[in-house]
Design a protein around this ligand. Structure first.
Ligand code: FAD
Length: 397
């Protein structure tokens, strides 16, 4: 059996970006396994398509560092590969005076993270940027862009294959075994052997880590984000991207309006517990996934801590009226009939045994393997920078 230098579990944008960075390090003898029939089938293919600027993240955190660098690398990659990017910018809107301190903190973080052109807006200037949006103040963030992440993933796969890497779709990793010099990898598409392993399995990263024999103390809890779309004749209500000031208790950004690179305006996503790791609808339920949550003490501690926010999210998920009411905080003239349901995505959120939602990216090294255990938003934006950092860690194995 051929022994590859490095094997990467997961053909989402983090796995593909890691493979790409390894290839640039003259390690072309790579193999990528993707469980689904095509790369980018889960988080990467169901996200908002935003290239984040780095505004939100605690200065010094991995998110801040890799988002700012990754954004630049991604823009260069898209230019080289002729992938359309719209540098539309966004506004973050304080709808009530109580949100002004949080808005100021975002401005401070933006400056600390080296963002360019962030500008405070008063209510009137806000209306100049977004005539239909109402708020007491805002931040204009010109560096935020939109892109199609599946298009980026396709371009990465093309480059990997051209460079000699083996990218295998329909190959779910089901067993891992380490002997003295290599990993024996059993997939649904056959057996492989690799010297070093990288786990970028997204919604299944904790399970792949367990297959590799490590105890991380973390579990992935899936949070579904549901979207509505503005009807075509009302899409003019949003010119760029419009975000609320996020709720600091929760690691999600709050429902926002996002232009899509292929046209149209999305509203969402919310954040409800999914009953299956690929639970894109309420009726998608997995006994295995529900049991895994129910037997994890961290899940119950998390539920106790966040039950009120969680309950509000469930009610908003089940009622279009509530969803639209929340959106009306940003655009008061929005009517129920202005929006229609438009798909969903599921976030892989790592939770520790104390019930804390892990905020920053989490990457761990164990036994000739690198495990990416938490890569939530903005990991798509940051992917090329994350990939480079992982590739450097792989060199040390
Ligand atoms: C609703 C939503 C909106 C978001 N919006 C944004 C945004 O606008 N901007 C941004 O930067 N980020 C955004 N994010 C976050 C971003 O999409 C993710 O952080 C990023 O896509 C993570 O990439 P990944 O490769 O780690 O995971 P994934 O894309 O989920 O890829 C993991 C892959 O591993 C595969 N896999 C799993 N188990 C196995 C196995 N055993 N064997 C083989 N393969 C396996 C899966 O099939 C999957 O394809 C959003 C996420 C969601 C869900």
């Amino acid at each position: 059996m051929q022994v590859h230098d490095v094997g990467i579990v997961g053909g989402g944008i983090v796995g593909l970006a890691t493979a790409s960075a390894l290839m640039r390090q003259e390690l072309p003898n790579l193999v990528v396994w993707e469980a689904e029939s095509r790369p980018a089938a889960h988080q990467t293919g169901h996200n908002s398509g935003v290239i984040h600027s780095g505004l939100y993240y605690r200065p010094g955190s991995k998110k801040a560092r890799t988002c700012v660098r990754g954004r630049q690398q991604l823009l260069e990659f898209c230019e080289r590969r002729e992938i359309p990017v719209d540098r539309c910018g966004k506004v973050v809107v304080a709808t009530v005076p109580e949100q002004l301190p949080a808005l100021q903190e975002l401005e401070r973080r933006g400056q600390a993270n080296g963002l360019r052109g962030v500008k405070r807006l008063n209510a009137e200037q806000l209306t100049d940027h977004e005539p239909h949006v109402r708020g007491v103040a805002g931040l204009h963030v010109p560096e935020t862009c939109i892109v199609s992440y599946p298009a980026v993933a396709r371009a990465l796969v093309e480059e990997l294959r051209e460079g000699g890497a083996s990218v295998n779709a329909g190959a779910r990793v089901v067993a891992l075994e380490r002997d003295a010099s290599k990993w024996r990898v059993t997939t649904t598409a056959g057996e492989f052997a690799v010297r070093r392993l990288v786990n970028c399995a997204g919604l299944h990263a904790d399970r792949v880590a367990r297959l590799a024999g490590i105890k991380t103390g973390l579990q992935i809890v899936p949070f579904r984000g549901e979207y509505y779309r503005l009807r075509e004749e009302r899409a003019h209500l949003v010119r760029h991207l419009v975000y609320p000031v996020p709720d600091p208790r929760f690691p999600f950004l709050g429902v926002h309006f996002t232009r899509r690179i292929d046209g149209g305006v999305e509203a969402g996503p919310n954040a409800v517990l999914a009953l299956r790791r690929e639970g894109y609808r309420w009726r998608d339920v997995s006994l295995r996934d529900v049991t895994a949550m129910a037997t994890f003490p961290g899940f119950w501690r998390m539920s106790l801590r966040y039950w009120r926010v969680g309950w509000d999210e469930v009610r908003r998920s089940l009622s279009k009226r509530r969803f639209v009411e929340d959106l009306r905080a940003l655009i008061p003239e929005l009517e129920q009939d202005d929006v229609e349901p438009f798909g969903s995505g599921v976030r892989a959120q790592a939770v520790d045994s104390k019930g804390h939602l892990i905020d920053d990216f989490r990457v761990e090294i164990h036994d000739h393997a690198v495990h990416v255990l938490n890569a939530p938003s903005p990991a798509a934006t940051a992917s090329l920078a994350i990939g480079e950092e992982i590739a450097r860690l792989v060199e040390t194995l």
